[in-house]
Design a protein around this ligand. Structure first.
Ligand code: KIV
Length: 281
């Protein structure tokens, strides 16, 4: 049976140069298949706002939505390290509120850690959640919840000055007690600096090589149709499979070739005759 990783296993993987591979999951079936495939971690990302609910960003996602989806993923993947993603509004109002929401993730959804966006500006929040005995993963660089303030979903750290600010953010995350940090949408040179300066695991999405990678499941499956970011590699075309299956099903039902004999339940021996006799009285 697959063994669930701990923070110490993840730290050891970094020191041994072994990459951690993770993906987002929002539902039972996907999480079950990801665990079966041997994924190291699962993130129930607030990207569910786009991938599942059809919002144009992550800002409308609520704590309740995150909890529902995380519960399903936890049930499906009991032997995988599950990360709960704090949605916008879950940690901006105050440290006490942030701790309460982090506790909810643990009590109601059974996460192994929570992730939140920001560096220096969320240092006190990270510290308070860690002081509460919970594991925190930071998230710096392109932070989708602040895409409005950033002027859109755009790569960060492309100038030396902004790159330095991201490295400082990552350092603040580490110094506040986070056990790992996710770097999103920055040039690989910036990620390399973070990766060599910080002793904790540094994971990336659209950030080049580091201690491991995360991808949005619907992107790598070729299921999400609205757009594909530059950093995504599609490993399949599941949307095309959906189209084929739906079209074939519609066709079958309309032609009367489904359901066939093999898809129906038969009455027990002799019961059909009794029913017919009853009806013909
Ligand atoms: O919400 C999410 O899926 C994320 C990704 C950027 C990894 O945080």
């Amino acid at each position: 049976m697959k063994k669930k990783l701990t923070r110490f296993d993840l730290q050891k993987m970094k020191s041994e140069g072994q990459k951690a591979v993770w993906v987002t999951a929002y539902d039972y079936v996907t999480a079950q298949l990801a665990e079966e495939a041997g994924m190291d971690m699962l993130l129930v990302g607030d990207s569910l706002g786009m991938a599942v609910y059809g919002y144009s960003g992550t800002v409308p996602v609520t704590m309740d939505q995150c909890i529902y989806h995380t519960e399903a993923v936890r049930r499906a993947a009991p032997n995988t390290f599950v990360i709960g993603d704090m949605p916008f509004g879950a940690y901006q109002v105050g440290v006490e509120d942030a701790c309460r929401n982090a506790v909810r993730f643990h009590k109601e959804a059974g996460v192994d850690c929570i992730k939140l966006e920001g560096g220096t500006r969320v240092a006190s929040v990270i510290r308070a959640i860690c002081d509460g005995g919970m594991l925190v993963m930071g998230h710096v660089g392109l932070t989708p919840q602040s895409s409005g303030a950033m002027g859109g979903f755009r790569a960060q750290g492309r100038t030396a000055e902004s790159a330095k600010a991201i490295v400082e953010d990552a350092r603040a995350v580490y110094e506040s007690g986070a056990f790992a940090v996710l770097v999103e949408g920055v040039p690989p040179e910036v990620t390399q600096v973070i990766c060599t300066q910080l002793p904790i695991p540094v994971y990336g999405i659209g950030a080049g090589d580091c201690d491991g990678q995360v991808m949005i499941c619907s992107d790598i499956l070729g299921l999400f149709q609205a757009f594909t970011p530059k950093f995504v590699k599609r490993y399949g075309n599941v949307a095309e499979e959906y189209r084929k299956v739906f079209a074939a099903y519609i066709d079958d039902v309309r032609k009367g070739t489904f359901p066939g004999d093999e898809h129906v339940y038969r009455m027990m021996d002799g019961e059909a005759a009794k029913l017919e006799a009853d009806w013909s009285k």
